[in-house]
Design a protein. Structure first.
Length: 342
């Protein structure tokens, strides 16, 4: 088996081929364009038994990885951190060059047989686009509303209420009669910001409808779990990807950052808060768990039981979130099995 490591860039891609004995067999550099995949496959045709290792197949190398998969090639995703570790531990000068990076990617792939196999994009990619777009829209709206708050504070005694809606801001602006040229300009800018808020509100509403349609089309039953809306379901599914890559619920809990991290020493057994994992997934589970704690009797009993075990409220809530992660894992597994059966 020949492993071909790829160091992708916007304008070019550098490849290095290694055999099982880690001997370099070739090192081409091709420009990124319409003929990139064809050129790379023509060069690699001399090795029928081959596998491509692309650094960042979910990032900068996404397009090339998807083109190779579409052409019937076997492709694995090598995380940039893993390739960097290999390069640092390599003998030699340790300089960072495209060829050295590609060599590190190929070497990492030869030593890590459990790397994620790249597959053709499916509905999860569309859900990820919708989820990321919603995050960006929410960030833009938050910044715009904050700027509007500042202007209203300078235009109106006491400013505006904290939870500011477009309608409330509009009604407030209608009562303001600026008396100085500066205040006239402030009110003009505030109206422009109000227009931006209305546009973002419309975009968020449209995004919610598209999320609901995409989640329904996916066939998941995740929204049957109390606290998980179509928006949260889109985020959970898209950031989880193929649930089969997680061997157990504990593995999934570690990925979501809901499983505690052991910090034992000697005879002292203890665990600490996990601040790692996928923070987007962690946030989605946090919001769903908060809703369950307010409206679900089972969640409330679990939380009360942990408090009775002399846990702090935060520890009890983290335990609830961990249990919710297990429920989500089982539901995603069931969804996957149902798809395979059909």
């Amino acid at each position: 088996m020949v492993m071909i490591g790829i160091d992708p860039h916007k304008a070019s891609h550098t490849a290095v081929a290694l055999d099982d004995a880690h001997r370099p067999l070739g090192r081409p550099r091709v420009d990124a364009g319409k003929t990139t995949t064809r050129a790379l496959r023509a060069w690699a045709g001399q090795w029928p038994q081959r596998c491509w290792a692309v650094e960042g197949a979910n990032g900068l190398g996404r397009l090339l990885a998807q083109q190779l998969v579409a052409a019937g090639e076997d492709v694995v995703d090598v995380p940039a951190k893993l390739a960097a570790r290999v390069r640092v531990l390599n003998t030699g000068h340790g300089r960072k060059t495209d060829a050295a990076d590609a060599l590190s990617v190929a070497t990492a792939a030869l030593h890590q047989p459990d790397l994620r196999r790249v597959t053709a994009e499916d509905y999860t990619a569309a859900l990820r686009l919708l989820s990321d777009r919603r995050d960006h829209l929410n960030e833009d709206r938050r910044r715009t509303v904050n700027r509007l708050h500042v202007l209203l504070r300078d235009l109106h005694p006491g400013g505006a209420r904290r939870q500011l809606s477009a309608d409330h801001a509009a009604s407030l602006l209608r009562t303001i009669r600026p008396t100085t040229p500066v205040d006239v300009e402030r009110k003009t800018v505030a109206r422009e910001l109000l227009t931006d808020v209305r546009r973002l509100d419309k975009a968020l509403a449209d995004n919610r409808k598209r999320c609901a349609a995409a989640v329904e089309a996916s066939g998941t039953a995740l929204t049957r779990i109390l606290g998980i809306s179509e928006v949260l379901a889109a985020k959970i599914i898209s950031h989880t990807g193929d649930i089969r890559r997680f061997r157990t619920a504990d593995h999934y809990g570690s990925y979501t950052g809901t499983a505690p991290v052991e910090a034992s020493s000697g005879d002292v057994r203890r665990h600490r808060l996990n601040r790692g994992g996928n923070r987007s997934l962690n946030n989605a589970l946090h919001l769903a768990a908060r809703t369950q704690l307010n409206h679900h009797e089972g969640a409330q009993r679990h939380h009360a039981r942990k408090i009775a075990e002399v846990k702090t409220p935060d520890e009890a809530f983290r335990s609830l979130k961990r249990q919710l992660a297990k429920v989500v894992y089982r539901q995603l597994k069931a969804d996957r099995e149902r798809v395979l059966l059909t």
